[in-house]
Design a protein around this ligand. Structure first.
Ligand SMILES: *Cc1c(COP(=O)(O)O)cnc(C)c1O
Length: 230
């Protein structure tokens, strides 16, 4: 299967548009554009759309579901420097699969899950870069560690030799406007600072400017690059 030329053109213009938004947000915030990485969120888009983005220099892609991530890793195994990050919830029975296909796990949210991932990583002799997902809006249904439990989780992960903790990820409540998310982003940045964690994964298609102003080092953008999901 190959993308028709209009779909390829869509990815090209979406990617160019998002790169320009990142550059102007960085300029407004007085930040080096090199300090904000773009993670292309490719869930429920075809591997061919990822291939088109890769041809334009995009290397890191975010996937939410382990099975889909594994399938895409296989379909795109020929692409140099491709890195797939898991940005959806990880179930412990999927750890084996995720370790084979993903470069990072960005959604650790419990000591139990971290321990299970660390054990498996150590058994296969790899060190996995990870982020901790924080339930920054304190939403009862949502994944992510509660702010009060974050320091203990961070300390525990730092004690696990096969995990390399790089930072924090958060998904603010969807019903908040981008400006209403600002204090939550700011709080996450404070937490990352207190814990000496450099990476801050915040910002999506509709709020990447606010996230960059509040210190994002990685924005996770799907729709604005690839169009609507099916
Ligand atoms: C789907 C998803 C995104 C991308 O959202 P868009 O609004 O399409 O940019 C970012 N982060 C996570 C965790 C997601 O699940």
């Amino acid at each position: 299967m190959s993308l028709d030329t209009s779909a390829e053109a869509r990815v090209a213009s979406g990617l160019a548009d998002v790169r320009a938004r990142i550059a102007s947000a960085c300029a407004r915030a007085g930040r080096d554009p090199g300090s904000v990485k773009l993670l292309a969120v490719s869930k429920r888009h075809a591997p061919e759309a990822m291939r088109a983005a890769h041809a334009l220099g995009q290397r890191e892609f975010g996937e939410n579901y382990v099975q889909e991530l594994v399938q895409k890793a296989a379909a795109l195994a020929d692409l140099p420097d491709l890195r797939l990050r898991l940005i959806g919830h990880l179930q412990r029975n999927k750890i084996k699969d995720v370790l084979r296909a993903a470069a990072t796990v960005d959604t650790l949210d419990s000591i139990r899950l971290a321990q299970a991932l660390a054990e498996r990583a150590s058994a296969v002799g790899v060190v996995v870069p990870v982020l901790v997902q924080v339930n920054i809006g304190d939403e009862p249904q949502k994944s992510g560690v509660a702010e009060a439990e974050l320091p203990a989780l961070v300390a525990a992960i730092r004690g696990m030799a096969s995990l390399q903790l790089q930072g924090l990820l958060a998904i603010p409540p969807a019903e908040l406007s981008p400006d209403a998310r600002r204090p939550l982003f700011r709080r996450l940045r404070e937490l990352a600072g207190e814990l000496s964690l450099p990476e801050l994964s915040i910002g999506m298609s509709d709020d990447l400017e606010v996230a960059i102003e509040e210190g994002a080092t990685m924005v996770r953008v799907g729709t604005a690059i690839f169009g609507p999901r099916y």
